[in-house]
Design a protein around this ligand. Structure first.
Ligand SMILES: *Cc1c(COP(=O)(O)O)cnc(C)c1O
Length: 388
């Protein structure tokens, strides 16, 4: 047997926090219990037919069978620009301020390679999507985690970060609407973030994957690019995945500061060759004509949110009713750690929840419910938990 030693960068990966849950899940499944997973952040609803039809047509065109460009078809970038204009009243230059992504995870994972030297500091708002930290580690960067606390509505307390830390930081990662806490950014928060970033020459990385999963059309989540001066410091990652139920398709975009877009583009130019053009054509259809469908999906999530929220209140599980995202961030009942509670629920009911610390230390005392299962299963899960 050969003994190939893994590269050191893989030993910097954080410990796998779901090991206990996975073990319990295997045990429960072995007993024949019916498992309902409220753990996965992946829409269960299918991609709308008109998008699939657009793929069919586009896949038949021979010119789509050749290498695409990493930057994305002009028509795709134009559709992104039109969508940002329509949705956020943000103007984007199609040639310099947009790059296509093979899903926003791809872009987020590659971005630190363009701007992080070994030892450079990244600030990461936590609990968080794990890719920010892993990508920073892979690029050799250092991390300081900034806790998202309920008393601050899960917004980063920007003024609690010392000037010394700001001065050392190369970039800051934020995600609103937030996964996992479901919090939304205010304009005031983004304004202050831009101010700090300008003062200390820090790159703002905004992960905006959930802006279209909202519940109050009068109070839609905003893009940081709506705020004055954002283009001086910010790159925003967005995606068709959550909006149009297209997680499997791998299509997204980075938009914003033209230098940052060019830097990310340089990495991509050397690592990948873009998105299959037929998928881009389907993406164009989604961006142009997807809004009525997105509206229907929001109605589905809203119904689910209300069913689950009412049931949680009934059993005394404290939580905020989310304004956006398809997650509910809940307090663990007194007397349990997150992991103990989640394991206990799984063993007794077969319902899988995600323990908060899986997203970072400040997630202790919380668990996450995902609303990505159908009503029937959701009601079944909720009724089992109610009978605990
Ligand atoms: C799902 C998700 C993404 C990435 O989605 P892609 O499918 O790669 O576009 C990015 N950020 C957060 C917080 C997510 O939950």
């Amino acid at each position: 047997m050969s003994d190939f030693k893994l590269a050191d960068r893989l030993s910097t990966l954080p410990p796998y926090l779901f090991a206990a849950i996975d073990k319990a899940k295997a045990e429960v499944a072995a007993q024949g219990m019916d498992i309902i997973s409220l753990g996965i952040g992946d829409p269960d609803l299918p991609t709308p037919d008109f998008i699939i039809d657009a793929l069919h047509v586009a896949a038949k065109k021979p010119r789509n069978h050749q290498y695409p460009s990493y930057v994305g078809m002009l028509a795709y970038r134009q559709a992104v620009a039109d969508w940002y204009k329509e949705r956020f009243t943000v103007d984007l230059d199609v040639t310099t301020e947009i790059v296509s992504l093979i899903g926003s995870k791809e872009g987020i994972a590659h971005f630190p390679l363009a701007y992080t030297n070994p030892g450079d500091l990244a600030l990461i708002a936590t609990p968080n999507y794990p890719v920010y930290g892993i990508a920073t580690n892979f690029a050799g960067g250092e991390i300081e985690y900034l806790p998202l606390l309920e008393e601050n509505d899960f917004l980063v307390d920007l003024d609690a970060v010392s000037n010394d830390t700001w001065a050392k930081a190369k970039m800051i990662f934020v995600c609103y609407p937030n996964n996992p806490t479901a919090a939304c950014a205010t304009r005031k928060f983004y304004d202050r973030l831009i101010e700090k970033a300008k003062e200390f020459n820090v790159i703002v990385v905004s992960d905006a994957a959930y802006t279209e999963i909202y519940y109050d059309p009068e109070n839609k989540p905003i893009s940081i690019l709506e705020c004055e001066g954002a283009k001086d410091v910010a790159i925003e990652f967005h995606s068709l995945s959550k909006t149009y139920n297209m997680t499997g398709w791998r299509i997204g975009m980075a938009v914003g500061n033209s230098n940052l877009i060019a830097g990310l583009g340089k990495i991509k130019e050397n690592m990948d060759s873009g998105i299959f053009q037929a998928v881009q054509e389907a993406g164009i259809a989604a961006l142009k004509e997807g809004e009525p469908y997105a509206e229907r999906f929001r109605a589905v999530y809203k119904e689910r949110r209300d069913v689950v929220s009412a049931a949680l209140s009934k059993v005394g599980i404290q939580h905020r009713v989310p304004d956006a995202s398809f997650y509910i961030w809940c307090h663990t009942p007194k007397g349990y750690t997150s992991s103990e509670f989640v394991t206990n629920v799984l063993k007794q009911t077969g319902v899988v929840l995600t323990p908060g610390p899986g997203f970072g230390t400040p997630g202790e005392g919380y668990f996450r419910i995902s609303l990505t299962v159908n009503n029937e299963r959701l009601e079944e899960a909720v009724s089992r938990i109610s009978n605990l």
